[in-house]
Write a protein that binds this ligand. Structure first.
Ligand code: NAI
Ligand code: MG
Length: 353
C-alpha cells in the first residue's frame, strides 16, 4: 500500500512538531505494511515571504491530489499587521474551502494523569471522552450577503447565516457514522427556538436519525450545551453543530483538558481525504527552542491514519503509545516536565510496539 501525504509545516513551531510527528507516522504506517510518500509545501507566513500569497495554486493542487494533508500551524508577529491584505490565515481558509473539507472533528479526551492540568474539578473530568463535529464550510462565516454600508448616515454591517439541507445532511450523517463506533448517541446543538436555519438543521437531523435507528439523538440548544460542556462533560459523546457554534464550543471543550499542545483535529470531506492538524497555533513565544509539545500533532497523525488512510490499527498504535508515555510520567515543558520535542517523540516511538 502506497499513500501520498502532503506536509504543510507552516510557521513558528509548526515545522518542529510536524517534523517529529512524521517520524511517528512513518513508523506506525510501516508496522502495518503501508508506505508513505511525503511532499512538503509552504503555507501561511512562509509562503507569503516567498510567493506573496499564503497559499499558492501549486500547493492547493498538491493537497487536492493527496491522500491526506498534515499541517503544523500558520501565523506569527511578523505577519500580524491587521491592515495587511495578505494574511497567513487566508492559507487555512483557502485550503479548507479548496479541499472541500466540510466537517471538523475534535476529539477531547483527558488522560487520567493529566486531570490536574485542567481548570475543572477532577471529579467532573473522569470519563470525559467526546468528539465535537463542527460544520466548517458554511453558515455565518461564508453566507452572502456580507459587508458594510452606510444607510442614512449610519454605518451598518451584515453577516448571513445560511445553510441548505444538503450541507446539513452530510455533516450530520458523518456524526451519526462516528457514533456507530462509539457510545451510540449524538447530541445535535442548535438555536432552534430563535433561528430559522436551526429549525431546518433540526428537521434534517431528525431525517438522518431515522436512517440510524440504533443511535440515540438528543437536540440541545447552544446555550445549554455551553453549560453542559463544563458542568457534566462526561455525558457528552458525539456533538454536532454548525460553523460558528462549533468554533466557540470546540475552543471551550479544548480547555477541559488544560493542555493546548495535546489536542488533535481532523477536517474531512466527502471522499475521505482530509486535513489534519493540532488545534494549537504557531506559538511564537517558544518557536525555535525545540521544546514544543509534539503530541497534538502526533495524535493528528493517528486521525490521519484512521480517517483518510483507513488504517485503524496503525492509528490505535499511536494513541496507545501516547497514552503509555503519559502514564509513564513523560512530560514536555508545557506539562511541567523537561523533555524536548525530540525526546518526547523518541519515547512515543519506543512504545509503538
Ligand atoms: P498558540 O496556540 O500559538 O499559543 C498559545 C499558548 O500555548 C502559547 O503560550 C504557546 O507557547 C502555548 N502552546 C501552543 N502550542 C504548544 C505546544 N505544542 N507546546 C507547548 N506550548 C504550546 O496561540 P496564540 O499565541 O494565540 O497564537 C500564536 C500565533 O498562531 C498567531 O499568529 C495566531 O494567529 C496563530 N494561530 C494559528 C492557528 C493555526 O494555524 N491553526 C491556530 C491558532 C493560532
Ligand atoms: Mg477557534
Amino acid at each position: 500500500m502506497d499513500f501520498n501525504i502532503v506536509l504543510l509545516p507552516g510557521d513558528g513551531i509548526g515545522p518542529e512538531v510536524v517534523g517529529q510527528a512524521v517520524r511517528v507516522l512513518t513508523a506506525a504506517a510501516q508496522a502495518e505494511g503501508a508506505n508513505l510518500n511525503f511532499n512538503e509545501q509552504l503555507i501561511g507566513g512562509c509562503s507569503i515571504d516567498k510567493f506573496g500569497t499564503a497559499l499558492t495554486d501549486e500547493t492547493l493542487a498538491a493537497c487536492q491530489a493527496a491522500d491526506a494533508v498534515l499541517l503544523g500551524a500558520v501565523g506569527g508577529p511578523k505577519w500580524d499587521d491587521p491592515q495587511a491584505k495578505v494574511r497567513p490565515e487566508q492559507g487555512l481558509l483557502g485550503l479548507r474551502k479548496g479541499m472541500a473539507v466540510f466537517a471538523n472533528l475534535r476529539p477531547v479526551r483527558v488522560h487520567p494523569d493529566l486531570i490536574s492540568a485542567s481548570p475543572l474539578k477532577p471529579e467532573r473530568l473522569a470519563g470525559v471522552d467526546m468528539i465535537v463535529v463542527r460544520e466548517l464550510t458554511g453558515g455565518l462565516y461564508f453566507g452572502q450577503p456580507k459587508g458594510r454600508e452606510v444607510v442614512d448616515g449610519i454605518e451598518r454591517a451584515v453577516d448571513t447565516l445560511v445553510y441548505n439541507e444538503e450541507e446539513i445532511r452530510r455533516v450530520v450523517r458523518m456524526a451519526f457514522k462516528l457514533a456507530e463506533q462509539r457510545r451510540k448517541k449524538v447530541t445535535s446543538v442548535d438555536k432552534a427556538n430563535v433561528l430559522e436555519s436551526s429549525r431546518l438543521w433540526r428537521k434534517v437531523t431528525a431525517e438522518v436519525a431515522a436512517e440510524f435507528p440504533e443511535i440515540e439523538l438528543e437536540n440541545m440548544l447552544v446555550d445549554t450545551a455551553a453549560m453542559r460542556l463544563v458542568a457534566s462533560p462526561a455525558n457528552l459523546d458525539v456533538l454536532v453543530t454548525e460553523n460558528m457554534f462549533g468554533d466557540i464550543l470546540t475552543d471551550e471543550a479544548s480547555v477541559l483538558t488544560g493542555s493546548m499542545g495535546m489536542l488533535p483535529s481532523a477536517s474531512l470531506g466527502a471522499d475521505g481525504a482530509g486535513l489534519f492538524e493540532p488545534i494549537h497555533g504557531s506559538a511564537p513565544d517558544i518557536a525555535g527552542k525545540g521544546i514544543a509539545n509534539p503530541l497534538g500533532t502526533i495524535l493528528s497523525t493517528a486521525l490521519l491514519l484512521r480517517y483518510s488512510l483507513k488504517l485503524p490499527k496503525a492509528a490505535a498504535r499511536i494513541e496507545q503509545a501516547v497514552d503509555q508515555a503519559i502514564s509513564d510520567g513523560l512530560r514536555t515543558v508545557d506539562l511541567g516536565g523537561k523533555l524536548t520535542s525530540q525526546q518526547m517523540t523518541d519515547e512515543v516511538i519506543a512504545r509503538l510496539g
